[in-house]
Ligand binder design. Sequence first.
Ligand SMILES: O=C1C[C@@](O)(C(=O)O)C[C@@H](O)[C@@H]1O
Length: 250
Amino acid sequence: MGKVIGEGTQPLICTPLVGRNQEIVLAELAIILEKMPDIIEWRADFFERIANTDEVIALTNAMKKIAGDVPIIFTIRSIREGGQIISLSDREAIELSAAICKNTSVEYVDCELSNLPEHFQKLCKIAKQNSTKVIASFHNFTCTPRKEILEQKFRQAEEYGADVAKVAVMPTSVEDVLTLLSATLEAKKKLKIPVISMSMGGLGALTRMFGGVFGSTVSFAVGENSSAPGQVPIDDLKTVFQIVKKSMGM
Ligand SMILES: O=C1C[C@@](O)(C(=O)O)C[C@@H](O)[C@@H]1O
């Protein structure tokens, strides 16, 4: 049985795929699976044929065949939230994500909270009809907004009907790292849905290792290539999680 976000005592380890074409993505997937991640994220904004819906669907089907029980997150990260430049408009990106949900070969779809509410709701509806879970996400690659803003983003994810709330921000000080951890703990206590959070960059790397203690349910790790600054190699993360389990009993 594949792992489910929010279940279990330790955060799940998710490794991103960032290949530009089918051959590279599938090669990355084969290498990553040997490292036994709990979840795979396909960052489809890196895929150069993203405008061809049939090819994108065919690749998710091929990935599912190889990944088996390992759940897949389908993500189109927009340029405004740290993603690649793509030829699709926001509406077209939502339509592609909806087509992926209808095809049912991925377990999760990422949708940014910065989308128009009607676009977000449309994708949520189609995802639910097809038993795909929605991860509502918020990213800031330049700074860490105030704690109240982070809490509001977590809350908004739940209010919008998402299944998981995710916040990724860039710290410029250790205080920023504490702000992210503190907002995560608050969200974990108040929300009914699981939360994922990370502080990016070198300073934030500790949140990828110890964020589970504060309520984060997934940590993104480098399998083959990194998709964001500060990601820790999967083997290192597994070692840290073992030490946390042994020393903290979680
Ligand atoms: O949202 C996230 C988190 C992330 O930005 C990180 O910092 O690990 C990496 C992205 O691939 C993913 O979609």
